[in-house]
Design a protein. Structure first.
Length: 201
């Protein structure tokens, strides 16, 4: 079994809109690069969507509400909500789309500034750990091995997974597969990395 595998591919979606993408039937992980030339009309999809803005500014329209997303802002919206964006300053942003637990499908959820003080966001379906702005040496950190585990790297760096060291590329998405119940990670200093976990798939 390959413990760490690059799963993203790069594509040009439209004028001013490119991305590194990993797309399956049950989730999508998209690292989006958009300029002010990009046109993002309103749309609807069944997936719920967690998002994070790494760089730039955009206006995010959800149903009848509008929010300003800038560097460091995170959000989570439930599926089947009409949404779209207007790019104010060129952006680099994450979209993590996932299947929503059936218990929540009747609810409309819009959360902004989603991370807690430990830079973790969690609901019934996903868990997201942000190390994007981390500067300290974390040592070895242990996490539950969920159904699907991914890392998004914003720089070229080393990542140690259960004692094995891998070199990972900038702006790429990797799947992590281990046979143990615990996932042990050791990061570079200033890792600029997200750990994205699906609890079910």
């Amino acid at each position: 079994m390959q413990m760490l595998k690059k799963v993203s591919h790069r594509r040009q979606v439209a004028v001013g809109y490119s991305q590194s993408a990993y797309i399956t039937d049950y989730c999508e992980i998209l690292l989006n690069h958009l300029t002010t030339e990009a046109k993002l009309g309103k749309h609807v999809h069944e997936f719920a969507q967690f998002g994070y803005c790494f760089e730039g500014v955009f206006l995010f329209d959800v149903e009848d509400e509008q929010f300003t997303c800038s560097k460091g802002k995170a959000y989570d919206i439930s599926g089947n909500l009409e949404h779209g964006a207007v790019v104010v300053e060129d952006i680099l942003a994450l979209d993590f789309k996932y299947q929503q637990n059936s218990k929540k499908q009747e609810k409309s959820i819009i959360k902004f500034n989603a991370f807690n003080q430990k830079n973790v966001y969690e609901n019934e379906d996903i868990k997201v750990n942000s190390f994007h702005d981390a500067t300290e040496d974390h040592g070895i950190m242990s996490y539950k091995n969920y159904k699907e585990n991914y890392v998004l790297s914003l720089k070229e760096q080393n990542l140690e997974v259960n004692g094995q060291v891998f070199q990972i590329e900038k702006n790429e998405i990797y799947s992590i597969q281990v046979e143990t119940d615990i996932l042990n990670l050791k990061l570079d200093k200033q890792p600029k990395l997200f750990l994205l976990q699906l609890k079910q798939s």
